[in-house]
Design a protein around this ligand. Structure first.
Ligand code: NI
Length: 132
């Protein structure tokens, strides 16, 4: 069961989280929004296009699932391309640079509080814990 501890979801209602519906509410690229939590982990959606920055997360793995489009994850020693329905887990501490040639819709799963740009802080850094 997915809990929504910090989200004001109506209790007693059983509603699916529809990722396409949630994504339609996002108008800004590279801006992650939380759609659900499970224990200390969050499911976050984003629309991405172009290049993100090289970064790593020293404390945690990070899972990417592509909902629509195509996401490329570059690593210092290789790369993986994810299409709709495909996912990949970036191990903790591994430098990665996401990019997308065209607008791509993704779901990211990681612990609450992870900074999207890792140890780097720049124009791509986004505040945490914003729900949609
Ligand atoms: Ni990352």
């Amino acid at each position: 069961m997915i809990t929504t501890a910090t989200h004001p979801a109506p209790s007693g209602s059983y509603r699916a989280v529809n990722l396409a519906d949630k994504l339609s509410l996002l108008h800004e690229q590279w801006s992650q929004r939380v759609v659900a939590e499970i224990n200390d982990y969050q499911f976050k959606i984003a629309k991405v296009e172009g290049d993100f920055v090289w970064h790593a997360h020293a404390e945690t793995d990070e899972a990417f699932l592509v909902v629509a489009g195509e996401l490329r994850l570059e690593f210092r020693d290789g790369a993986v391309t994810l299409r709709a329905g495909e996912m990949f887990v970036v191990p903790r501490g591994v430098e990665h640079k996401p990019s997308a040639a065209q607008e791509t819709h993704i779901l990211v799963v990681e612990p609450r509080g992870v900074v999207n740009t890792g140890a780097e802080h720049n124009e791509r850094t986004q505040p945490n814990d914003r729900w949609v």
